[in-house]
Design a binder for this molecule. Structure first.
Ligand SMILES: [Zn+2]
Length: 220
């Protein structure tokens, strides 16, 4: 979710040679990252459970590489009840203690506790707006913002939209939602298309999403 942290120099060679024939963004390094880039990153999401998953994973990433998070994703799924915000919102001290002892996830007390309070804030948003998707897509006007970046260096760590999203989420009690984390979330959830123009996914997403939008009435 945060390709901005990718270091081209550290790119592994000779992995996924067969996939590499296609032109794509420069940040995916492992098989796992390639699959994630090709199938998930930048695909517009309306599904609240999936949006919550990205909210949790992007917060967990803070200070770490996305590769680490991808490797632990199944561990998170198992430990966090498949990212069910209703279940997570009800986690008490015993469950948090168990999570802190789970090597399959990122064992950081602040991050784990924030996922619980974020689940509660998430449920409050769902209640108020009908769905979290309705709420979150407002920050880009209900449809994906298509960027046309040619170089990885042109991708910013944040935007005015992510600044607004961060401010609004913080006001609602969310934690680990700084603008950089929000921007990574926007990229992952397809609120922005930040695939490079030379990447095969850029035109694919533009084409398949030409009629995609959260209906205006859903945003009211
Ligand atoms: Zn790409």
């Amino acid at each position: 979710m945060s390709p901005n942290s990718a270091k081209p120099k550290e790119r592994l060679k000779n992995t996924a040679a067969t996939h590499r024939a296609r032109k794509r963004c420069s940040w995916p390094e492992s098989e796992l990252a390639l699959a994630y880039h090709d199938r998930e990153w930048g695909v517009p999401l309306k599904d609240d459970r999936k949006l919550f998953e990205f909210l949790v994973l992007d917060a967990m990433q803070a200070g770490l590489s996305w590769e680490i998070i991808l490797r632990k994703r199944e561990g998170f799924r198992a430990a966090f009840d498949d990212f069910d915000p209703v279940k997570i919102a009800a986690y008490g001290p015993e469950k948090i203690k168990a999570l802190l002892a789970d090597p399959g996830i990122v064992r950081n007390r602040l991050k784990i506790e924030s996922s619980v309070s974020n689940a509660r804030a998430f449920l409050a948003v769902q209640k108020e707006f009908g769905s979290f998707a309705n709420y979150i897509w407002q920050f880009v006007g209900g449809k994906p913002l298509v960027n046309r970046r040619r170089h990885h260096k042109q991708i910013p760590p944040r935007s005015k939209e992510s600044d607004a999203m961060s401010k609004a989420l913080k006001k609602r009690g969310f934690r680990f939602v700084g603008s950089t984390i929000c921007y990574a979330f926007m990229q992952a959830a397809g609120m922005v298309n930040d695939h490079l123009t030379a990447c095969f996914r850029h035109p694919e997403l533009v084409k398949s999403m030409s009629r995609w939008r959260i209906r205006h009435s859903e945003l009211e």
